[in-house]
Design a protein around this ligand. Structure first.
Ligand code: WTA
Length: 635
């Protein structure tokens, strides 16, 4: 039996049992056999979910980039590490070998050092999906700087909030980015953000679209000449197992975004382990995850997990619709991709297009398909299975979160029989439980409740940057002694899990987590808006879309409604980014509220979803009459 590579169902059950009965021994064996260390640990695990405090491999020393790069050089120096496929299909792919990647990361690390960045400093990365994005993460890790990647679709305000929250000293960006047929002025967004970020001392700018941009003297530097001057070798900083590796922001149901902090050793081991098993990765494979590195999926399963296994990982700069909706399949054919990992929203969008766009490509290289980010509906699952996988490729529906660092519930291909819409069984080391509303564990199968995890796994986020209290309240207070995921789930008759969706005020739109509160805050800044409430409603392609109920101030009453709607969406684009725009906006005379003044979102959700027959008891509302008025003018 190999703990590290599960090959059939019996083995999965054995390995899983061991991982629960003796988790320390289980992870210790994996750590010893499959990674390189500068110094071994004193203790495999110490944890307390009350405080909460979690430490894996405390006392060990390592550098994650030695595990992702240096150790592969003797055997895989000439193997492609990153296969970059640009936005423009005629642009020519780049094969970056492990040796080249090592050199480019070292040079980049030296540039960071020359700019005064050292261990523990925060570096904000705001880049499109170009190789420099991967280099910059690894360069930070090489010298022990903490990277904080901000998805390059976020607005200037969202960027400055994130820069200031973690006191980043440096920003790494590019002159601009390509997105399908469009270009985006990223540097302009950075310039605007930095007006509010006094702590940023320097900006490194990669050249991508060759536009003439403003360079602030003394602050902004072109990256390329600095890389050319830098030494091609850079010793890896010795890091403690629990030293921070990165911060990545995720939306909360309230307040500002949460900077989830991930640390070094546990994150490395867990992402590598899950990559190996969930994609049944083999040396000759060409693996492609179509996510953006701006999200956790890209961190764990484009960069760290694949590279720790010495894999070839495809980095795709483009979008699924450019130059046409066959682009993904063209890339699969061109690079003979063996594992393809994407989001249900992309599958739904592509399934709407002509099948000819799929069938004109040879997809026979594919062995395994994956999905992540939101529940996959049955129809999309079957389309993916029939037309992309040709009924030959197991689909891994992987459930996990920014906070969990790696996948927690997922089939293991060729071991776990799949079932449409089910993430199936917990991966080794993961102990899920379902809880009822009163905090009781729901035993047995055929039940549903709130999904919690009752034992730490190596890549659990250790805190929220700068706010440990919020970390405790958000994840460890609803069900004391447990990590609460914020998701609801059901367990079927054989113990398979199906994630049913968020049970808090986070809405997942096209696979992106959006908190309702920040969107409402943005809208409420409009001078004509008195109050607003955002809810989600089902959408064919995006999974959920946003519906805004808005109360106008008196001064807004005679304004043109269509213009107001445009302005409101513009406020959202400016404060958060276009991903948070509302599909529907309804101006209402009031919002249904409880006697204590809380908005009854449950009722608004039903109205938005057109489930009008089933509104529940509205008699306890402060203003029940408003419900009928809202229904009458529903959009
Ligand atoms: C949802 C993405 C159903 C879930 C890795 C979770 C899923 C949130 C799945 C985290 C799945 C993710 N099936 N729902 N396979 N995967 N989710 O932080 O609600 O961007 O809590 O991490 O996405 O989103 P995040």
């Amino acid at each position: 039996m190999s703990n590290y590579h599960i090959k059939h169902l019996e083995e999965y059950f054995q390995v899983y049992r061991k991982s629960v009965q003796d988790p320390k021994r289980f992870w210790e064996e994996i750590a010893e056999e499959h990674f390189v260390w500068k110094k071994k640990w004193n203790e495999v695990l110490s944890w307390d979910f009350e405080k909460p405090e979690i430490k894996w491999f405390d006392g060990a020393q390592l550098n994650i980039t030695e595990n992702c790069l240096d150790r592969h050089l003797p055997s895989r120096g000439n193997k492609t590490a990153i296969l970059f496929e640009p936005n423009d299909p005629s642009g020519g792919a780049q094969h970056i070998t492990y040796r080249e990647l090592h050199e480019r990361v070292c040079r980049f690390a030296n540039v960071l050092k020359n700019q005064g960045i050292g261990k523990g400093d925060r570096v904000c990365i705001y880049l499109p999906m170009i190789p420099e994005l991967a280099f910059s993460l690894l360069a930070c890790a090489r010298i022990g700087a903490i990277h904080s990647v901000v998805f390059a679709g976020f607005s200037a305000t969202a960027l400055s909030t994130r820069i200031n929250d973690c006191d980043a000293k440096m920003v790494i960006t590019s002159d601009g980015s390509y997105r399908g047929a469009k270009t985006i002025d990223l540097k302009g967004i950075v310039d605007e953000a930095l007006q509010d970020c006094p702590g940023v001392q320097s900006v490194l700018v990669a050249k991508r679209i060759n536009t003439d941009i403003h360079m602030e003297a003394g602050r902004d530097h072109w990256l390329q000449p600095l890389l050319e001057e830098a030494y091609a070798d850079c010793a890896a900083e010795i890091m403690e197992a629990e030293d921070p590796l990165f911060i990545l922001y995720t939306s909360g149901s309230t307040g500002k975004p949460k900077g989830m902090l991930h640390t070094t050793a546990g994150y490395m081991i867990y992402t590598a382990y899950t990559f190996k098993n969930v994609f049944q990765y083999r040396e000759e494979d060409i693996y492609w995850c179509s996510a953006d590195i701006g999200w956790i999926t890209g961190h764990s399963y484009i960069v760290y997990g694949p590279l720790a296994n010495g894999a070839t990982t495809v980095m795709f700069e483009g979008v699924p619709s450019y130059p046409d909706f066959g682009r993904f399949w063209e890339v699969v054919e061109k690079h003979k991709v063996t594992q393809f990992y994407t989001a249900p929203t992309a599958i739904r969008a592509l399934a709407k297009e002509s099948l000819d766009l799929v069938e004109r490509h040879d997809l026979s290289s594919l062995k395994i398909l994956g999905t992540v980010g939101e529940p996959i509906n049955e129809e999309a699952w079957h389309w993916y299975n029939d037309h992309i996988g040709n009924k030959q490729c197991p689909i891994v529906d992987t459930w996990w979160q920014t906070e969990t660092g790696g996948m927690l519930i997922s089939p293991i291909p060729f071991s776990t029989p799949t079932k449409p819409t089910y993430a199936t069984l917990p991966l080794p080391g993961v102990q899920p439980v379902l809880m009822d509303e009163h905090g009781k564990i729901l035993k047995g199968n055929q039940t549903d409740g709130r999904l919690c995890i009752q034992f730490p796994w190596p890549s659990i986020a250790r805190t929220i940057w700068g706010n440990h209290q919020r970390y405790k309240e958000t994840y460890f207070s609803a069900f004391p002694g447990m990590y609460f995921t914020g998701d609801g789930a059901l367990r079927d008759e054989v113990g398979y899990y199906r994630i049913t969706g968020r049970v808090d005020d986070v809405i997942i739109v096209s696979g992106h987590n959006l908190g309702t509160a920040p969107i409402e805050d943005a809208i409420n800044e409009h001078p004509a808006v008195a109050e607003s409430a955002i809810v989600g409603f089902p959408h064919d392609i995006k999974g959920n879309a946003l519906y805004g109920f808005v109360i106008l101030k008196e001064n807004g009453e005679d304004r043109d409604r269509d213009n107001l709607k445009k302005e409101i969406n513009q406020m959202i684009t400016d404060h958060i980014g276009p991903i948070a725009k509302l599909d529907k906006i309804q101006f209402v005379p009031g919002l249904p509220k409880t006697r204590s003044g809380k908005i009854m979102r449950r009722i608004l959700r039903k109205i938005a979803s057109n489930e009008l027959g089933n509104l529940g008891d509205t008699s306890t509302l402060l203003n029940p009459e408003v419900v009928d008025q809202i229904i009458e003018e529903r959009q």
